[in-house]
Design a protein around this ligand. Structure first.
Ligand code: PEP
Ligand code: MG
Length: 557
């Protein structure tokens, strides 16, 4: 018996918060059904090679202009995805594999593209890590592009998406998001994708509610079905009755009223009921993030992730290029404090120019400061750029993955040498990211080497619970609000009572934990730009010294 038309609730994983009501627009993966290979004769092989070459050139140009456009108009993180796609499609080994598919199986270029990319996509999708699965998405996206270029197709059905509708799809690829950005969807529902997928990143950037991991989505939701999307709880009501619609409307109006009240005070300081000023800073990675952070009233930048200046590059940026990039990104924060994190890369995110060596367990390998100390030129370039920047701004430095005292002393040593060379006089405060249990338990020793510290609970949780932050299969072990994490923060606080402590992991942005976080003795929090007003509001309603006894602490998760 069909259940179409009857109210039912569907659950998934909320990856971008918010509420929305509207009609479903189901986006099908159309190219997948055109799979019959087209045979050719041996004398056509060369011609098919040249079709392939032409299509590769066409999409390389498209991807380059897309990357520039997206970087300018949206976010450089998404821009970097298209830069990476351009590199992938021009990879000589891919070209070789495509050519041998045409030659050995005597199929045309389109058929070769479909089968080679499908093989790669499946390989990646079978892997467990989120990053590998994302690569599967990248492969699919590229395959669609190449197939379209080979057959001259230029349309994307997402262009037909009616404004205000709820996009329903198995998954969303990076190029889909560009079309989607031009439309005004109300929400996105997906079968695949985790918190760090392209789709989730895009949805958060655009402020679109998004629920992922809805099993068999295309069998359950059909075009024009009415939906109520609650991406706070991760529930979708399909075919809602009048009663549910009315209750949902009430909830939406309540949220709107609360949000407008909260945003009116966003630019005021966050002072607790007992008079303690807590800095609410922003985590940023690009100029677009910085602009959003300022609009939302951030008191400064608690974490500037600098990886974007390096990803997808064939050579590291020069000191001047890096300085320019930092000046551009941080311009909205003139006069406000900014923490610049040294490059946190390595292991599973290799840079092409570092001569990456495979490691059996990359998360426990050379990442963050470990890699920088191995590549001193990389470290020196960053330190010199930051030293020059600090002449004109309130800049501080954050060391990623500091685990041993030597990680800090070696960095400080380089900083002093370079400062003398540059004659810069002023040395910016040097802080550490507390991302390993070892660091959290070593502050008695570390406090004499650094000026401040910030808890990176995303990694601290991964290493405390031995649960890969990218692996959805161990999601239930990744508990960043468990007592174990708070205990580490409390121990760190009591071991180094005078060291300024902050928190910049995702946990800092969840208002139901703000009180418990502040009880660990923290005076500053750094969160995603749209969350600044919400966290400030929460702080204004609690006591710092004497916690509000009427507030009951939530259970973990
Ligand atoms: C963290 O680990 O909590 C953190 C803020 O750094 P990232 O998420 O960039 O690793
Ligand atoms: Mg980290």
């Amino acid at each position: 018996m069909s259940t179409r038309g009857k109210e039912q609730t569907i659950n998934g994983k909320p990856v971008s918060t918010g509420l929305a009501e509207g009609c479903a627009f189901v986006y099908h993966d159309e190219l997948r059904s055109l799979d019959a290979p087209t045979p050719i004769v041996a004398s056509d092989v060369e011609q098919e090679y040249s079709f392939l070459e032409e299509a590769t050139n066409v999409i390389s140009e498209d991807l380059a202009s897309l990357a520039t456009k997206v970087e300018k108009e949206m976010d450089s993180r998404l821009g970097a995805v298209f830069e990476a796609h351009k590199m992938m499609v021009n990879d000589p080994s891919l070209k070789k594999e495509l050519q041998s598919e045409i030659r050995d199986n005597l199929v045309n270029a389109s058929s070769a593209v479909r089968s080679v990319f499908l093989r790669w996509e499946r390989r990646f999708l079978l892997m467990e890590s989120q990053i590998s699965r994302q690569k599967g998405d990248d492969m699919k996206d590229l395959s669609n592009r190449l197939s379209n270029a080979l057959s001259g197709i230029k349309v994307n059905r997402l262009e037909d998406l009616p404004s205000g509708s709820i996009l329903v799809a198995k998954r969303l690829l990076p190029s889909d998001t560009v079309f989607l950005a031009k439309q005004s969807a109300a929400a996105v529902l997906l079968e695949y994708g985790g918190t760090s997928s392209h789709a989730a990143l895009f949805a958060r950037e655009m402020g679109l509610p998004c629920i992922a991991q809805i099993p068999n989505i295309l069998q359950r939701i059909h075009s024009n079905d009415t939906l109520l999307v609650d991406a706070e709880s991760g529930t979708v009501v399909l075919h809602p009755g009048e009663k549910s619609k009315a209750a949902f409307q009430k909830k939406i109006s309540g949220r709107k009223a609360a949000a407008s009240k909260i945003s009116q005070k966003a630019h005021k300081p966050a002072i607790t009921l007992d008079g303690v000023n807590i800095l609410v800073l922003a985590n940023i990675a690009s100029r677009a993030d910085a602009d959003r952070a300022i609009v939302n009233g951030a008191d400064g930048v608690g974490l500037y992730r600098t990886e974007l200046a390096y990803l997808g590059m064939n050579a590291p940026p020069s000191e001047n290029e890096l300085l320019e990039e930092m000046q551009h990104t941080l311009a909205p924060f003139e006069g406000k404090p900014v923490n610049i994190r040294l490059l946190d890369i390595g292991a599973d995110k290799p840079l092409p120019f570092t001569g990456f060596l495979a490691e059996s367990n990359p998360a426990l390998g050379r990442r963050g400061i470990r890699l920088l100390l191995e590549y001193p030129e990389l470290l020196d370039t960053q330190l010199r750029a930051i030293l020059r920047l600090s002449k004109e701004s309130d800049t501080r430095i954050l060391i990623p993955m500091a685990t041993l005292a030597e990680d800090i002393t070696a960095t400080r040593e380089r900083l002093s040498v370079l400062s003398r060379q540059l004659g810069s006089g002023k040395i910016p405060p040097l802080g550490i990211m507390i991302e390993t249990p070892a660091a959290a338990l070593s502050l008695q020793e570390f406090a004499s080497h650094c000026d401040f510290a910030s808890f990176g609970t995303n990694d601290l949780t991964q290493y405390t619970f031995a649960a890969d932050r990218e692996n959805a299969a161990v999601d239930s072990y990744f508990r960043d609000s468990q007592r174990a994490i708070f205990r580490l923060m409390e121990i760190a606080r009591s071991d180094a009572p005078d060291l300024p402590l902050s928190l910049c992991g995702e946990l800092a942005g969840r208002s139901r934990h703000t009180e418990e976080i502040l009880r660990c003795g923290l005076r500053s929090l750094s969160v995603a730009p749209p969350l600044v007003p919400i966290i400030k509001d929460r702080i204004r309603n609690l006591n710092y010294a004497k916690p509000n006894t009427t507030h009951r602490f939530p259970r973990d998760h």
